[in-house]
Design a protein around this ligand. Structure first.
Ligand code: TRP
Length: 354
């Protein structure tokens, strides 16, 4: 069996550290291992429009932003096909047929959708396109024969839905040859990293909550944000014992700090455990830990910023790359679409007696 990797993001804003730890890091690792036949990353503008119908400009402008975020984070466009969802119109056709295999009540039970409906105040005015997006996402996944998808933890219900559609399609149409492939999502083993907390310590890091550090943030912004980050409300005096659990500064250190950072920036400690132990005992102030985190994040963001600056000089090239990749992705989707129609018995040209 072929190994096909596919994943994606909605272009509604720049990518942040939560995206990086939740899935970008894994995507880059998979890319560098090179153990795949095809690797796609979709910029999901069609999906973004399901709750931004009247904000086309926002979605449009963020396509290039997300593409630049990918490349600056380390996705290599010569190894990975980064494409634009709406330019692969075949996906709508898959969705049209898959919609008949899913009930409305099933979509209403999707936990990610449930939460998003609440967040967006869609309870009484739910766009059909929005409640349907898990079906559309199943098309994204199944159309390319995806075997594995490195995604954030909130995407697991979408993969469950895609797997159900896979089974439902096979049960309904009993294809003689397999049309689709059963996809598998891979998420970070570390639960905290599946949904990296935001700077406020309450919600996951997200654009809408305004609690994010972005891959494109400059040094000054990162510094300001970290200095305001939530630590432990009961850690008032330096001598007070502090809590690690729920302390976002330590969660970010867990995610980004490497052993060599201690030698470089905080040589009094050998490793993160020593730092945590001191904090727990008392006698270690938040500011010191925050300053260390700022250094760690700067070390991580520096090469990303450098690649970003290069990308900004080649915007047209990046657009042309996206357009060409979308054309190629469209050809791949088209081939499977024909297979699907054959299996369903709706390729009417087969009725001709030749
Ligand atoms: N739902 C994903 C997000 O919110 C974006 C997405 C669309 C996606 N289609 C996909 C992810 C297919 C993985 C596979 O970011």
């Amino acid at each position: 069996m072929k190994n096909i990797i596919l994943t994606g993001d909605r272009p509604t804003g720049n990518l942040h550290l939560g995206h990086y730890i939740g899935s970008l890091q894994k995507r880059i690792e998979l890319q560098n291992e090179g153990n795949y036949d095809k690797y796609y990353i979709m910029i999901a503008d069609t999906q973004a429009l399901t709750d931004n119908a009247d904000r086309v400009d926002k979605v449009k402008n963020n396509i290039i932003q997300v593409a630049i975020d990918y490349i600056s984070a380390g996705i290599d466009p010569t190894k990975v096909n980064i494409f634009i969802q709406s330019m692969v119109s075949e996906l709508h056709e898959f969705t049209g047929y898959f919609m008949n295999l899913v009930t409305l009540s099933r979509l209403q039970r999707n936990p990610t959708i449930k939460e998003e409906i609440k967040q967006r105040g869609f309870e009484t005015s739910l766009p059909i396109g929005f409640i349907n997006y898990p079906v559309s996402q199943a098309s994204d996944i199944l159309a390319f024969g995806t075997t594995i998808a490195p995604v954030g933890g909130d995407q697991l219900p979408m993969f469950e839905q895609a797997r159900e559609i896979y089974h439902s399609f096979n049960n309904t149409y009993q294809p003689k040859e397999e049309v689709f492939v059963l996809p598998k999502a891979i998420v970070s083993e570390n639960k905290a990293f599946q949904r990296l907390p935001g700077l406020d310590g309450k919600l996951k890091m997200s654009k809408s909550a305004g609690n994010s550090i972005y891959l494109c943030d400059d040094s000054e912004t990162v510094k300001e944000k970290v200095m305001k980050a939530y630590t432990d409300a009961n850690h008032i005096k330096v001598t007070d014992p502090g809590q690690i659990e729920g302390n976002v500064v330590f969660t970010y250190l867990d995610a980004f700090c490497k052993e060599h950072h201690f030698a470089e920036f905080l040589p009094e400690y050998k490793n993160l455990q020593e730092l945590k132990d001191h904090y727990t005992r008392g006698g270690l102030g938040d500011v010191k830990v925050k300053k260390f985190l700022i250094n760690v994040l700067e070390d991580f963001l520096k090469p990303i910023r450098e690649r970003r600056a290069k990308c900004l000089e080649h915007i047209d090239d990046i657009y042309n790359m996206l357009f060409e990749n979308s054309r190629l992705a469209s050809l791949d989707a088209k081939a499977r679409l024909e297979k699907m129609k054959d299996a369903m018995g709706i390729n009417y040209k087969n009725l001709l007696s030749k």
